[in-house]
Ligand binder design. Structure first.
Ligand code: NI
Length: 146
């Protein structure tokens, strides 16, 4: 039994935009069952831990990183750019779509050592202002001649 299964409950407070909270509450309600916010958040945390445990930092991987962000957020676009310039060996290609006045969609095709690809994804998705982000990744086996 790991730490995540500890029976002792810790309480913490989280600040989220009100409309996001309302939408999330509605989602929980739609799922039926006797679910509540705390259980839903616990499920999200467990899912993130499972996702993390599937990483293969020592293997070659290929994948795509999808991000949606508001390019008006502070110096976000400069920071996204700066990070990407530190990973030129891993970023095979990028596509940028201006979705509307505020939002941008960016898709990165990635290839390289898992640890580098995950570091890049974590750094980009960790930036304030990135509203949605998802890394889809798979180990390729020994060879990357694809
Ligand atoms: Ni844009």
């Amino acid at each position: 039994m790991g730490a995540a299964d500890s029976a002792e409950l810790a309480r913490f407070s989280v600040a989220v935009p009100e409309d996001l909270l309302h939408e999330y509450d509605a989602l929980i309600a739609r799922r039926g069952e006797a679910r509540n916010r705390s259980e839903a958040i616990r499920d999200l945390m467990r899912a993130a831990l499972v996702q993390d445990s599937l990483r293969t930092p020592d293997e070659q991987v290929i994948g795509s990183l999808t991000m949606i962000y508001d390019h008006h957020t502070g110096d976000l676009t400069r920071r996204l750019d700066e990070i990407q310039h530190d990973f030129t060996a891993e970023i095979v290609s990028t596509m940028h779509v201006h979705l509307d006045h505020h939002n941008c969609l960016e898709i990165l095709a990635l290839k390289g050592l898992g640890s580098r690809v995950y570091e890049l994804a974590d750094r980009l998705l960790g930036l304030r202002g990135v509203k949605h982000g998802e890394l889809t990744c798979a180990a390729t086996g020994a060879s990357l001649d694809i």
